[in-house]
Design a protein around this ligand. Structure first.
Ligand code: ZN
Length: 411
């Protein structure tokens, strides 16, 4: 597909109107890489056409971030300066719509000391978190992607950069349902309606556990939190009732299971990229809710390390249902970007759970959410278990069962 200006405008419009659903009079914060300034201009204009009061842009650069980590001291980078905090205070006051255009090079931080990276992130996160919490559920936001040259080369190493970018564009537009001959807004309406219908059905069933089975060795049962809801596709801004779609693409319906209540083995069907390194052909076995062993043809040590990052890293934080017909899966390659890779097929995640799935979850502390069974951890790592023959059954508290998935898709 040739990436024309018309297609880009269609994509920008979809992000602003359907994804972020910018309402008249709202302030918008756009987060985008400097290289993507032309596309940023399209998004900004579309925001104003939708009635935005003001669009603020926060430009980023992989190169700048990398140089900072290479040359500046850890203590300097870790400190959140008063003007940065003032900006966050303003954000809590304005409750802007936030639009993130992700084009990051997956290898941008290769070679940077991972201890330094995590120490800086951790220390900044403690200052930033209260502001994040203060805007949670009270503003609209969306993450969408734009293929940078470095990212495209990572996905298609055997192609020249220009060709790789064009291949990644094809894939991205396919997954976000933007074509020359379609109405993406209408297609997204049908898509999100379908996901919401399935999520509503799951919520009605009141399953207390899920049983997974597949010929590759997956044989696994996990208990669900009775109060937790299945969610997918969209969310509502509690302040103005605006319906928005936080992730474009999105295919999953997910919930957080009870941390520490699962048994059996999950076999991964796709490689996992963690800290810029690959873990391949692996399985994880759980006992009493914790990963007790794992096997990987490649990246065994890395996988073991990941599962030991902290107390919660060996327990599940998410189970998600994605039919194998997902357009991300149809692309058939690894995007090295969770926004895409987790929407390929059914997956589970070790680490942090989502308190948002609980009633009034946005207002709970992690400690309060933990009492329901939501897992807490510094990591949240998705791994794909959606084999082509995967069967998932829902089990109700009275012991009756219902097929949810057969042969990797909705039963
Ligand atoms: Zn997920």
């Amino acid at each position: 597909m040739k990436i024309t200006k018309e297609l880009l405008l269609k994509y920008a419009e979809l992000i602003v109107r359907t994804g972020a659903n910018v309402q008249p009079g709202q302030i918008v914060n756009l987060y985008v890489a400097v290289e993507q300034h032309e596309f940023a201009a399209m998004v900004i204009e579309e925001c104003y056409k939708a009635g935005a009061k003001k669009v603020n842009v926060e430009w980023s650069s992989d190169i700048q971030s990398r140089l900072n980590y290479q040359y500046a001291d850890q203590e300097v980078l870790a400190k959140v300066l008063p003007w940065e905090e003032a900006k966050m205070k303003q954000m809590v006051e304005d409750l802007p719509v936030r639009i993130f255009v992700d084009s990051d090079d997956p290898d941008a931080m290769n070679g940077i000391d991972p201890q330094k990276l995590s120490a800086v992130m951790q220390s900044r996160a403690t200052v930033v978190k209260p502001y994040r919490n203060a805007i949670d559920g009270k503003h609209q936001w969306v993450i969408a992607a734009y293929p940078s040259g470095k990212w495209a080369k990572k996905c298609f190493p055997d192609h020249e950069e220009e060709e790789a970018v064009s291949l990644l564009w094809d894939a991205i537009l396919r997954t976000v349902r933007v074509r020359e001959d379609n109405d993406p807004v209408a297609d997204w309406k049908a898509h999100t309606d379908f996901i919401e219908k399935k999520a509503a059905w799951l919520n009605e069933q009141g399953f207390s556990s899920l049983r997974y089975h597949s010929a590759n060795g997956t044989d696994f049962t996990v208990d669900l939190i009775p109060e937790a809801r299945w969610e997918g596709a969209g969310a509502k801004n509690a302040q103005n009732d605006a319906f928005y779609i936080p992730n474009m693409p999105t295919e999953e319906i997910f919930t957080s299971p009870i941390a520490g209540k699962c048994e059996g083995t999950l076999v991964a069907v796709k490689p996992l990229s963690w800290n810029s390194q690959l873990i391949e052909d692996f399985s994880i076995t759980f006992k009493d809710g914790r990963a007790v062993s794992c096997q990987a043809a490649k990246g065994q040590e890395l996988l073991e390390k990941m599962l030991k990052m902290d107390e919660g890293a060996s327990m599940l934080g998410e189970v998600a249902l994605v039919p194998k017909e997902s357009p991300v899966n149809a692309c058939g390659f690894l995007f090295y970007n969770t926004l895409f890779d987790e929407n390929a097929c059914c997956h589970c995640a070790v680490g942090m759970g989502f308190k948002e799935v609980l009633p009034d979850g946005d207002n709970l502390t992690m400690e309060e959410a933990g009492k329901y069974g939501i897992n807490d951890s510094i990591i949240h790592v998705d791994f794909m278990v959606g084999a082509d023959d995967l069967a998932i059954d829902g089990i109700r508290p009275d012991g009756t069962t219902e097929p949810i998935f057969r042969d990797g898709t909705w039963a």
